[in-house]
Design a protein. Structure first.
Lengths: 262, 438, 406
């Protein structure tokens, strides 16, 4: 993977501030008897780009889905943007409208056009007037480089385009944090790049990002921290250089050898 | 080794072969016959049996149909004509249809007012079109929304204010919902809106209507009593109202059955399973015999309305199951995406889930409607004169005593055309949904 | 870190938490729903009590124990007018079940034949079956019931026309079945002494077939050799029973219907009402079952039979081992719901005067006692019981065959 060769990235712009965006302390979660997340502690500063890697079933998706409460944690504390995720629905709604999320299967609404997909949440959640919402939507569609598709339906777009629309749809809510749940694993190889490019741009603008992905090139290039999870625990976290070149844990080494080995 | 082999198998085609016609045995009528009718001994046997059956049926039915008499005043007259013409009476007496078709279609509806029923029927077709075909202009949906009120006005007569006031009730409820929804939670808004609407319908609306009727009797039509309705018309009215009214109830029941709330779920499951577990006829008898026990003393309303209520409840249980199927067919990701964008439960249902689930459910809804439409013939048992009851009534008449098949064929044909067209539509839609962009 | 809002810490319980807190929200909604539901029920009960009061009635099921004072012409268990209303209801229920069971059997046979033939490569047969399916499916069952009834009552076969040297009509199947416009007479079995031995032999041979199947399977698994299963099973099915039957001097006889005076006597009498209902329900439901069978077979992708053929299996084995096990999973659930529909549709017996549950409990009993509420309630409960029994059977089946998937 050599994205850096194709595109020069200005890492200096990606500043990390001291302000805390997400704080997870002693979080635990069970599915019935099965302990999926075990004692997770994580602090994310504003502007950080974090890549979460790990074998399947290691709980990485579950962890980021807890951050906007698609999954409920059972123990511990999650504070997002100063608001604690509790059983209070108002807080949940507030956090969800400020945290954007992109899914592996895009989950665009197939009965709405691209533009309507993008304006839906601003209009009904933020109560933005329709005209304004459409302007915002077009702005972000231009940003992901598909303004000309605004009138089409998701089914008429390629996978890569759909995922970029999904990113634009999240951005329309002006989120302060973006979560990516394996955004490229359902894509054909030639479409992965266009999605990653969009994500890189987002990173350059200083967006706080948590990204579950197997794209190690992306991790090397954009992330300022890589977290390795296994069996529901954070096994290792480090800066990308150190993580890839000098992994400490045996499990990390094994994992890296398996995914980089060919 | 590989060098030699490569040379051996290397091959370049220098001329392109032209298309050749297939062997004779693979062509034409002979091939079709052999493949489709006589591919083996069993197939040949089937063909022969089929031809014999076909011949027996057609040789008796076709002359009966086409030799029939179209113009006569009674069955006896018919038979006289046939005896004169053929020497026997093994032919149809279509005269009963020429004489009584209006009654079979319109029941006892006053003849001078037939145009109203026809206008209502045409309006119904226009109203249904945009629901069935999504490439029609969406503005036609306004006809769909207005149709129920127009139909009541056209069919039953009176001034237009009554149906209008009911419509106003919906509008008031809708406005109340959107205002309260903006300030408080959706549940409160829903409860408040329903209450306000009911208050309007029960207490304010009727007096307003009375006043308006006295002041400006707009669009006054001759009143027609429910017992004058009948024939094909009553089947359509009951079927269409049943299916249209059962849709919202079915949606609520389906959501209730899908929900995590135990009590809500149990209530919905209990209702659905009860309705689906008993025959429609028992519900119709409930409507005609004991529904009055359950209503406040001295409330009486007419049988047609009671039947519509029961048919609606009946259809809503089946509708709920159809919509539940639609909901189950939606990928989980749609719910998650709606959640992740911060839409609450009701908004997610209204904007994301229901539009898709209902679209998937249309074939099922149409099938439910076909079933319901056929079942409307059951109302004959509780004294409503649908086509079958009218056929009995016609037969009870001394002129047409003993006539069966002509009436059955006519009624059957009407039902067949309607139901077959609908089932073809639902199959077409199923194919379309399967290939549509998803 | 900025503010932390934790509802548990600042200020205890607030009323808005009932709606906005996920811990209480579901309870709140359920309590509201329960209250609304109970209020509706209470409203209905209150109205009923007031209305009954006005009419001077009460709710009382003791009428079930009193003599019914009416006759039922079609009965499976002994009954006369001195018997109770409850027994009358049971006679009706059994009649409902009788026509339902007979209907399900015939509908399944018709449905399978029509469904398979509709898929046959024979163009003509397939088209004829399509016409059958589409015409029965798209016309109300009630019309079919009336039409079948009209066929039976209007045909020119009065019992007296069977009389005389050159009678107009004659009995069918070697003078064993008399189809008349008053009903159909079929032979009735006569059980003489020792006939139980024949029955026992027959049951034992069924057991033998099952045992042989087990043995043959075990032998096949151990040695890989297959016995001619079908022929051996057929032999076990037929031979022992026949041998015993003839050894004991044919203890099971037939009582044939005979013309006595102006009507037939002897044999089993099947009323037109029952025949019309039975045939109409069977043909109507059969059309639906044909579609279910057809789509069930079509649902199994051709890839399955190709894969099986590629493994070298013969078409009959492919059918038995690959296609049918999968198709049955698709076919059986809607099939059972068709059985359910047929059972419910049997209440249309009203149209032809067959004495089913609705006709006894919900008809004559209701009219003579004037206890509408009780009769309707009881009738609905009985129908519900039958339906729930059938559908729980379906659920049981669904659970047992569910494909194991991740």
């Amino acid at each position: 993977m050599s994205l850096a060769e194709q595109r020069s990235i200005d890492r200096t712009q990606m500043k990390v501030s001291d302000e805390i965006a997400i704080q997870i302390t002693n979080m635990n979660k069970w599915y019935g008897e099965f302990h999926v997340l075990r004692d997770i502690n994580l602090t994310v500063h504003r502007g950080e780009r974090i890549v979460i890697a790990g074998p399947s079933g290691s709980g990485k998706s579950t962890m980021i889905r807890c951050i906007n409460r698609l999954e409920e944690h059972q123990q511990g504390k999650i504070i997002v943007d100063g608001t604690e995720l509790s059983s209070d629905l108002k807080n949940v709604d507030k956090i969800r409208s400020e945290v954007g999320m992109c899914f592996q299967h895009f989950n665009l609404f197939p009965h709405l056009t691209i533009l309507e997909n993008c304006t839906l949440a601003p209009m009904w959640v933020r109560k933005t007037p329709k005209k304004e919402a459409e302007e915002i939507a077009m702005h972000f569609l231009e940003k992901v480089k598909i303004p000309e598709q605004a009138g089409k339906y998701p089914g008429q777009l390629s996978g890569g385009q759909q995922q970029r629309v999904a990113i634009a749809r999240s951005l329309c809510m002006k989120p302060r944090i973006m979560l990516f749940d394996e955004p490229t694993s359902a894509l054909d190889p030639e479409m992965i790049k266009e999605v990653l490019d969009t994500m890189i741009e987002l990173a350059e603008e200083g967006m706080t990002m948590l990204c579950v992905t197997h794209e190690m090139g992306f991790a090397r290039q954009v992330a300022n921290r890589v977290i390795f999870m296994d069996q529901g625990q954070i096994v290792e976290q480090n800066e990308p250089e150190e993580f890839f070149n000098n992994p400490k844990s045996e499990r990390t080494k094994l994992f890296l050898s398996q995914i980089l080995g060919h | 080794m590989s060098d030699i082999r490569t040379q051996d198998i290397a091959f370049v085609r220098e001329e392109i072969l032209d298309q050749q016609p297939p062997p004779r045995s693979q062509l034409g009528v002979a091939k079709w016959l052999r493949e489709n009718l006589f591919s083996n001994w069993f197939n040949g046997l089937l063909t022969i049996v089929s031809i014999v059956v076909l011949f027996m049926v057609l040789s008796s039915v076709l002359p009966w149909v086409f030799g029939g008499v179209w113009d006569a005043g009674s069955l006896a007259e018919c038979r006289d004509i046939l005896n004169e013409r053929f020497g026997n009476t093994h032919y149809a007496c279509w005269a009963v249809i020429t004489e009584r078709w209006q009654q079979l279609i319109f029941g006892f509806y006053p003849e001078t007012e037939y145009w109203r029923a026809i206008v209502a029927f045409v309006l119904m077709l226009v109203a249904i079109m945009p629901v069935l075909f999504d490439n029609l202009p969406r503005k036609l949906l306004w006809v769909t929304i207005a149709f129920p009120f127009l139909m009541v006005w056209l069919v039953w007569g009176g001034t237009i204010w009554g149906p209008l006031s009911v419509a106003v009730g919906f509008v008031i409820g809708g406005i109340a919902f959107s205002i309260i929804d903006r300030r408080y939670s959706s549940i409160i808004a829903l409860i408040a809106a329903v209450l306000i609407t009911i208050v309007w319908w029960l207490f304010i609306g009727p007096s307003v209507v009375e006043g308006l009727n006295a002041l400006i009797p707009l669009g006054e039509l001759k009143r027609v009593e429910s017992r004058e309705l009948g024939g094909f018309m009553i089947c359509l009215i009951i079927g269409i109202s049943g299916i249209a009214l059962s849709l919202p109830i079915g949606i609520v029941l389906a959501l209730g059955r899908q929900s995590d709330l135990f009590i809500v779920k149990m209530i919905c499951v209990g209702f659905i399973e009860f309705i689906r577990g008993v025959p429609l006829i028992t519900l119709l008898f409930t409507a005609s015999l004991i529904l009055n026990y359950f209503l406040p003393p001295n409330t009486t309303f007419d049988l047609t309305l009671r039947v519509i209520i029961m048919v609606t409840l009946f259809a809503s249980a089946y509708m709920a199951e159809v919509i539940r199927g639609g909901l189950a067919a939606l990928p989980k990701g749609q719910y998650e995406a709606a959640d992740a964008l911060g839409l609450d439960y009701w908004k997610a249902q209204r904007l994301v889930i229901m539009p898709q689930a209902l679209k998937i459910s249309i074939p099922g809804i149409v099938n439910t409607f076909i079933g319901l439409f056929k079942d409307t013939t059951l109302v004959m048992f509780i004294g409503i004169f649908d086509m079958l009851a009218l056929s009995n009534a016609i037969r009870a008449n001394s002129e047409w005593n003993g006539i069966y098949w002509e009436l059955f064929v006519f009624i059957g044909l009407i039902f067949w055309v309607c139901c077959f067209a609908m089932s073809q539509y639902s199959q077409w839609l199923e194919r379309k949904l399967r290939t549509d962009h998803r | 870190m900025t503010t932390i809002t934790d509802p548990q810490q600042d200020g205890g319980f607030r009323l808005s938490q009932l709606i906005y807190d996920t811990r209480y929200r579901s309870t709140t909604i359920q309590v509201i729903a329960l209250i609304a539901f109970l209020m509706i029920i209470a409203f209905l009960i209150r109205n009923t009590v007031i209305n009954l009061g006005i009419l001077g009635k009460d709710i009382n099921f003791s009428f079930l124990g009193t003599a019914s004072n009416y006759d039922i012409n079609q009965r499976l268990i002994p009954y006369d007018s001195a018997d109770s209303h409850f027994r009358a209801a049971m006679v009706g229920l059994l009649n409902t079940l009788l026509v339902a069971v007979l209907g399900c059997i015939l509908a399944t046979i018709i449905g399978i034949i029509a469904g398979v033939l509709r898929l046959s490569k024979n163009w003509l047969t397939a088209k004829i079956m399509a016409v059958y399916v589409e015409s029965f499916r798209n016309i109300p069952v009630l019309l079919w019931i009336l039409a079948f009834m009209a066929i039976f009552t209007e045909m020119d076969r009065q019992p007296k026309s069977f009389r005389g040297e050159n009678a107009q009509n004659s009995m069918w199947l070697w003078d064993s079945v008399a189809v008349t416009n008053r009903g159909t007479y079929i032979p009735a079995p006569v059980w003489e002494a020792n006939s139980s031995l024949v029955v026992i032999t027959f049951l034992l041979s069924l057991l033998g077939i099952w045992a042989f199947g087990k043995y043959s399977m075990r032998r096949f698994q151990a040695t890989g050799e297959l016995l001619p299963n079908f022929w051996i099973k057929l032999g076990i099915f037929v031979v022992p029973t026949l041998v015993v039957y003839f050894l004991l001097g044919r203890p099971v006889g037939m009582e044939l219907p005979e013309l006595k005076g102006f009507n037939f006597a002897g044999g089993t009498f099947m009323r037109n009402s029952m025949l019309a209902l039975w045939l109409a329900l069977s043909f109507y439901t059969g059309a639906f079952i044909a579609e279910i069978v057809r789509s069930g077979i079509l649902a199994i992708s051709s890839g399955q039979s190709e894969a099986s053929a590629a493994l070298g299996m013969r078409p009959s084995r492919t059918m038995n081992l690959v296609i049918l096990p999968q198709a049955l999973r698709v076919i059986i659930p809607p099939l059972i719901s068709q059985y359910l529909n047929l059972t419910k549709n049997s209440s249309l017996a009203l149209a032809v005067g067959y004495t089913d549950l609705r006709s006894t409990l919900g008809g004559t009993t209701l009219n003579t006692t004037g206890r509408e509420l009780e009769c309707m309630l009881l009738m609905m409960l009985l129908y519900l019981l039958v339906s729930l029994t059938i559908s729980s059977g379906m659920n049981f089946y669904n659970k047992s065959v569910k494909l194991k998937e991740r």
